[in-house]
Design a protein around this ligand. Structure first.
Ligand SMILES: Cc1cc2nc3c(=O)[nH]c(=O)nc-3n(C[C@H](O)[C@H](O)[C@H](O)COP(=O)(O)O)c2cc1C
Length: 363
């Protein structure tokens, strides 16, 4: 039986050999914010994905949330990413950079000059965050002024420029999982009364401005957005009317003409506050490609989503443990189990040492 998952698909100027996206995943092995040859090996191992989206990558020093996550705001970071993009391209792959600003999910111990993390509103977020001194409770963020918001848009534009210099094929703007753009989108974190708060349109404003800034540097065919508007995440964000918010975001992104959205459908936590939405219907509001994510555990579920509403499927955890995931899914081979103890270990263990199928050579 033919499977759509292995059919090629056009993404802007690229032809992806399959509809499998490697979902962005932080792995905390970029020490001092610098991507390394170890990171390059990891991503090259996974170059069989139709598209690799690298882990969240900070657009500025203020955008960093916790130690050993990469950035793309210095020449040294651009040079580090060049190792990664060259390695993936040498294996015939395609690779997008996920641009990230953590907003309030950071800590004075991580921020430059011990500054307070920033956010849409000065409300105390629940939860904790990693620092060089262990996990610490989150703090009340500094509420961004309209002028400061303009500065953040500029940071995304500069980071998008740097991603070009680093050899990426495109950009995924991270507007999900509780980070800065998500904090503006959802009304549990955004209590503003100005043009960036209140109505869903106003709460989407920063996302749209960031996307426009990125599209001033990249062809819009090479730009995607990740969202997770029904996912409480480990940072406990929620919205009082997620269906309207998803619809507003999808309509606006459609008008901006970007290539795709990558939607974390449902929840990645067991939080009962999760709202399930009718994604197949909502998806029709967006004319570009729709990537479905969350909990795809193999071929059958992926094919069902492709048949109902998705153009591509992004796989997260399966890609940690299975560098050759597309080949395994195609062959119907067993999948390696995930070793949770080594997700964030500082070295190659649980990172580049998962076994390949017989006959596939580790690059
Ligand atoms: C270790 C880990 C790190 C993650 N880091 C990111 C990230 O940097 N950016 C992002 O958009 N999502 C991140 N996620 C979420 C995944 O991309 C994905 O949405 C989630 O794991 C659900 O997909 P799955 O069921 O296929 O794993 C992370 C998930 C895991 C397990």
């Amino acid at each position: 039986m033919a499977h759509v998952l292995f059919d090629p698909i056009k993404l802007g100027p690229l032809t992806l050999p399959n509809r499998i996206v490697m979902s962005s995943m932080s792995r905390d092995r970029s020490f001092g914010g610098l991507p390394t040859a170890l990171n390059a090996h990891y991503y090259a191992q996974r170059a069989g994905a139709g598209l690799v989206v690298v882990e969240s990558t900070a657009v500025s020093a203020r955008g960093v949330g916790w130690p050993n996550t990469p950035g793309i705001f210095s020449d040294a970071q651009v040079a580090g990413w060049r190792l990664v993009t060259d390695a993936v391209h040498s294996k015939g792959g395609r690779i997008f950079c996920q641009l990230w600003h953590c907003g309030r999910n950071s800590h004075v111990l991580t921020q430059p000059g011990g500054a307070r993390p920033v956010g849409p509103s000065a409300v105390l977020p629940p939860g904790t965050i990693r620092t060089l001194d262990g996990r610490k409770p989150l703090e009340v963020p500094h509420e961004l002024s309209v002028t400061e918001i303009g500065g953040i848009v500029d940071e995304y534009r500069a980071a998008a420029q740097n991603a070009r210099r680093a050899g990426f094929d495109g950009i995924q703007v991270h507007a999900g999982n509780g980070f800065l753009l998500d904090q503006f989108l959802r009304d549990s974190a955004n209590l503003r009364h100005d043009a960036y708060g209140g109505t869903p349109e106003n709460r989407c404003r920063l996302l749209f401005e960031v996307v426009e800034a990125v599209c001033s540097v990249w062809d819009k065919d090479c730009v995607g957005v990740r969202m997770s508007l029904t996912n409480p995440t480990v940072y406990f964000l929620h919205d009082s009317d997620p269906a309207t918010l998803v619809a507003t975001a999808l309509r606006g992104l459609g008008m901006l003409g970007i290539a795709y959205v990558d939607m974390v459908e449902g929840s990645t936590t067991a939080d009962p506050a999760t709202h399930e939405l009718d994604y197949p219907t909502l998806r029709r509001l967006f004319p570009g490609l729709y990537v479905a994510n969350n909990g795809f555990d193999g071929l059958a579920k992926a094919e069902a989503a492709l048949a109902s509403h998705a153009d591509m499927i992004s796989f997260g955890r399966l890609f940690i443990a299975n560098p050759d995931l597309p080949a395994r899914l195609r062959a119907g081979a067993a999948l390696n189990p995930l070793n949770k103890d080594f997700i964030y270990s500082p070295d190659h263990r649980g990172y580049t040492d998962y076994p390949f199928l017989d006959g596939i050579v580790d690059p």
